[in-house]
Design a protein around this ligand. Sequence first.
Ligand SMILES: *[C@@H]1O[C@H](CO)[C@@H](O)[C@H](O)[C@H]1NC(C)=O
Length: 313
Amino acid sequence: MHNMAFHNSRSTLGVLFTTLVLFGVLVAVCIPSCTAQPGFSTSDYENIQVALNLEYLEAEYFLWAAYGYGLDKLAPRLTEGGPEPIGVQKANLNVLANDIIAQFGLQEIGHLTILQKDLGSSYFPRVQLNLSAANWANFIDEAVGEKLHPPFNPYANTLNFLISAYAIPYVGLTGYVGTIPLLQRVGAKTLVAGLLGVEAGQDAIIRAALYEYKDDLVPPYKFTVAQFTDFISNLQNSLSHAFVGEGLEVPKSQGADGLVTGNILSADIYSLSYARTAEQVLATVYFTGDAATPGGFFPKGASGTIAENYLNP
Ligand SMILES: *[C@@H]1O[C@H](CO)[C@@H](O)[C@H](O)[C@H]1NC(C)=O
């Protein structure tokens, strides 16, 4: 009996001691990050804010292209009063493309909805976007390396729209591949893994749709679909100061297992997705090659702590 009691009191002390040690470890690991909402550390919130900028861009571009209106009509709660996008419009899409792009746009509403829920006070209002045909024409001229006549208009037809869309979810995809290893908490990783899956799916659908026509000229220009994708990836690589994207045709050495020139997906020599840092994502979508110099789709720059730290160092 005596031994038993002694044993029990030792055991109670042991449990108390273990609890205190565990508590100490938790406090050490958690300060300051666990003071925020469970599931995200402070830096997780900041990293995910970069994604929010891209989700706004995609939501407005795809919704407008398919429906002729965007978040203000379909999900005004998500804009939180941010300015209307500049120059975005209905695209002249065939029935199949309109159906697909509408789904992409609605998927972005889902993404924005979960971001608004999970980011809480770190969610920010819709950023100023410039999605005008003129802005796109500048981007494509820069990619092609000459001034196209007539100016490239992504809203003119299905092929042009798909070529423009080739430039968008792909940046998100590479950004998310770059973000996930930086995330600390399981909730944050789960969210961005889910975003990554759908961005990669959108990119794959766009690439597959273009791949079928890769050797066709894009009327009225003298370049093929594959050349346009190559031009766009090259420009985005140079804006990112890194080799992080490939067009629909590549030298054999860059194809899957170094054996093919067809390049249905953009990936490295191990067929792993390329990654972009937040800085590279911002430099790319600004068209300036510099996260400190806004422009392109984001004339006033992107929002969130990381983007704003580049803009106002
Ligand atoms: C949008 O971009 C185009 C092309 O760069 C530019 O001409 C236009 O002024 C921009 N619109 C606004 C309101 O900033």
